[in-house]
Design a protein around this ligand. Structure first.
Ligand code: ATP
Length: 451
């Protein structure tokens, strides 16, 4: 993880928030490369969930919601973590994340000091709206994006004539006052979620629950993620959230071990029933195809962390490879093997020399490619070193312009993963790149990781 954190900073993926003031815990800033990667992950998810599904539409609800929302959803009452403090070293822990014997003996796992009693701690950030700071002005930063979907579900049925089964997708910020934020951007107080709520007829929920588990698994497969680094974890009775009838997590093998990446939940009719009770509005669905039958739909939720997906993609892409082809045993390269559709820069244009018109020609080619691809341009230093820089940033393709390019209009196309180079005519370059992106398949056998 240290290597990934340092690469992320060095290459402008992720910076600690407010670093010049010593940093703000639980908050991170996405730099020029990070925002591109995050945006592409979000776009890929959005396309998968909306464009490729006729029965799913999008929404962008406000972060600030009526405070009754969070009473109805159960978050005011139930969205708590068990907290213990060490009286000696002042370390703070989630009671469910320290060894049971420490908890039983009230012994700090770090310094052996005495632990406080466990107390419940609500994870919602509270603030005030308007000038008065009294109980009537309390408002919460949303701890999940889902509720914005539930309170709009009737609006969407009416405005977009949706029929059950159908889904609503949303990407947006969520906030949780996490007790322990560690492991880089894995668990933060401010993060982004990509959630889809699928509304189904009661009785069909288990079938849809299975279907969405299959679809979400296939999504990661399509992204080219190392599938032996993914597994399912079903929530036991003690783990189920207050709204859940059944829940599975997709876990990823992060450097610190197996951790949740995404949850697929059967939320039953809990949320809409509660919003009916708390708002006094009838949130039943009227099934016009089935003699106006009325019911509160069940909801299958797929809830993935966008920022957690950024971390997963960084970890999954990270490789250190020995490039022994030059007879130099110590020639290692760091390479981020992003899927080309996720890479912050798709193609880097590199003139072999600055002089003799090569730089101008390269700029001209870059200008042509810019319309269709995220490009970078680098004319400084030895070509080998420039390739390494692009490898480390995860750029899948480099185009090198040399003297032959001036003579016959051909360029060298270099592939990040295999380091292979081929000559391509300038006129065919864009089409070739499009084909390579579409047909990209990651070769998982090429890696040799430094011990
Ligand atoms: P945990 O038990 O780890 O606190 P959770 O089960 O409460 O997580 P969910 O409420 O199911 O998490 O949230 C759905 C997804 O949102 C998670 O799978 C994760 O990817 C993301 N997520 C949740 N909390 C955080 C956080 N603090 N920082 C970053 N991502 C988060």
């Amino acid at each position: 993880m240290e290597k990934i954190t340092s690469l992320a900073k060095r290459r402008g993926f992720v910076f600690q928030s407010s670093e010049i003031y010593g940093g703000q815990n639980g908050a991170w800033d996405y730099g020029p490369m990070g925002i591109e990667l995050k945006n592409r992950i979000a776009q890929t998810w959005w396309k998968e969930m909306t464009q490729l599904h006729d029965d799913i539409v999008g929404l962008d609800a406000a972060i600030l919601m009526h405070p009754r929302t969070w009473e109805a959803s159960g978050h005011v009452e139930n969205f708590t973590d068990p907290l213990v403090d060490c009286k000696k070293c002042k370390a703070r822990f989630r009671a469910d994340q320290i060894p049971e014997e420490n908890l039983a003996a009230k012994k700090c796992p770090e310094c052996g000091g005495e632990l406080t009693d466990t107390r419940k701690f609500n994870l919602m950030f509270k603030t005030h709206i308007g000038p008065a700071e009294d109980s009537a002005s309390i408002i919460y930063l949303r701890p999940e994006t889902a509720q914005g979907i539930y309170v709009n579900y009737k609006n969407i049925i009416q405005s977009n004539r949706m029929k059950i089964p159908f889904g609503i997708a949303q990407i947006g910020k969520a906030f949780r006052n996490e007790i322990v934020t560690k492991n880089f951007i894995f668990r933060t107080c401010e993060f982004e979620q990509m959630e889809m709520q699928f509304f189904v007829k009661p009785g069909t929920d288990e079938e849809w629950f299975g279907e969405w588990r299959k679809r979400r698994w296939a999504y990661y497969e399509k992204l080219g993620v190392k599938m032996d680094h993914l597994r399912w974890h079903q929530h036991g009775p003690g783990e189920l959230a207050h709204y859940a009838k059944d829940a599975y997590d997709i876990e990823y093998l992060f450097p610190m071990g197996w951790r949740e990446l995404e949850g697929v939940h059967n939320r039953s009719d809990y949320d809409l029933t509660r919003h009916t009770q708390f708002s006094g509005k009838d949130l039943q669905y009227i099934d016009q195809d089935s003699s106006a039958e009325r019911y509160i739909p069940y909801i299958i939720e797929t809830s993935a962390g966008l920022t957690r997906n950024v971390l997963m993609i960084l970890c999954d892409a990270y490789d250190e490879e020995q490039v022994a082809d030059k007879g130099n045993d110590d020639d290692w390269r760091t390479v981020l093997r992003f899927h080309p559709s996720l890479a912050p820069v798709t193609v880097a244009v590199l003139p072999l020399m600055k002089k003799d018109g090569l730089a101008e020609l390269a700029q001209d080619i870059r200008k042509e490619l810019k319309e269709d691809f995220a490009t970078d341009y680098d004319q400084g230093g030895a070509i080998g070193r420039r390739y390494r820089r692009q490898d480390e940033a995860g750029t899948p393709f480099c185009v090198t312009i040399d003297y032959e390019s001036k003579d016959n209009g051909s360029v060298t196309l270099r592939f990040r993963d295999s380091m292979e180079q081929v000559r391509v005519n300038r006129a065919e370059l864009a089409a070739r790149l499009r084909k390579e992106i579409k047909e990209y398949k990651r070769d998982l056998n090429v890696r040799v990781v430094r011990g």
